[in-house]
Ligand binder design. Structure first.
Ligand SMILES: [Zn+2]
Ligand SMILES: [Zn+2]
Length: 296
């Protein structure tokens, strides 16, 4: 199994000279299984350059898994060129939208409203279908098994684990480390702690021992307190998580849109220095557009 990052930016596309080395497109990861099954994790604007790349190998049979419905994870979907090509097959997977109760088709439908996009789904020539996932229930896709677990974000966000012939990766989508909103001493504090510990155990179990752990590292620990509750993680929390679950390699992604390449590398170097003595065999990398990894 191998994977390639096509978008590593969080929140909003951020092209320009300051982000040229790591890239300005929002979240999108291409996964190829051993039998060449195509799985795409999230449809941020990175899906557009991926689509251009796929035009060289038609027909496309794509299994897209959406972590959640925020724009930066779905905005490339209407621009996924194989949707317009007869003979291509696109299957979109994701969770129920808690706000409307609709299935995963809503992430396409909402963007194809005529006010926002000129082409309707009826004009798309590919075979398109939708699979709304049950939380915690894995499904087989080609020669892989794709599992999911509920992460911590203001909307339902599924983290995905893909297993293929003994190799595995896990992608968090957007995830904020758990915190207890009730102060110690508050009667609700202890019960909430227990609830959070249970959720954390589920997530840790889903990540346990993965070869590649791909995590939302939007903030530094210094930036985080002002952003608590926005649904994003820190480098420090990701490092702790990777060490706890015994991941082989950690890929930091969902880079903060205001952070240029030099600042990103400086923030990363700072965390690496802090964890230097604890990393052991854990390898940690900053994700960038075009980074391709073969799991062996
Ligand atoms: Zn995001
Ligand atoms: Zn989000």
């Amino acid at each position: 199994m191998k994977f390639r990052f096509w978008g590593v930016r969080g929140s909003i596309p951020s092209p320009g000279p300051r982000t040229a080395r790591y890239g300005g497109n929002t979240t999108c990861i291409e996964v190829r299984s051993d039998d060449d099954t195509l799985i795409i994790l999230d449809g941020g604007t990175g899906l557009f350059p991926l689509a251009q790349h796929l035009l060289g190998r038609l027909p496309v049979h794509a299994n897209i898994f959406i972590t959640h419905s925020h724009w930066d994870h779905i905005h490339g979907l209407p621009f996924f060129m194989p949707l317009f090509i007869k003979g291509s097959r696109v299957r979109l997977h994701g969770a129920v939208d808690d706000v409307t109760g609709n299935g995963i088709e809503h992430v396409m439908g909402v963007q194809l409203q005529n006010s926002y996009f000129p082409v309707s789904e009826a004009q798309m020539d590919a075979t398109i279908d939708y699979r709304t996932l049950e939380i915690g229930v894995p499904i087989a896709v080609g020669d892989t098994v794709v599992g999911n677990v509920l992460m911590n974000h203001p909307v339902t966000n599924l983290g995905y684990r893909i297993d293929c012939h003994g190799k595995s990766l896990f992608f968090t989508g957007d995830h904020e480390p758990w915190y207890n909103p009730h102060a110690p001493g508050d009667p609700r504090h202890a019960a909430f702690e227990e609830h959070l510990a249970g959720r954390q155990r589920e997530i840790d179990a889903a990540m346990r021992g993965v070869d590649a752990l791909i995590v939302d590292c939007s903030y530094t620990r210094e930036e985080y307190p002002a952003k608590q509750g926005w649904g994003h993680g820190t480098f420090d929390a990701a490092f702790e998580m990777a060490l706890r679950v015994g991941a082989r390699t950690l890929y930091c992604t969902h880079h903060e849109p205001t952070r240029g390449d030099d600042e990103l590398e400086a923030a990363f170097a700072d965390v690496m220095a802090r964890f230097r003595d604890r990393l052991g065999a854990l390898e940690v990398r900053l994700a960038y557009e075009g980074l391709e990894v073969e799991l062996r």
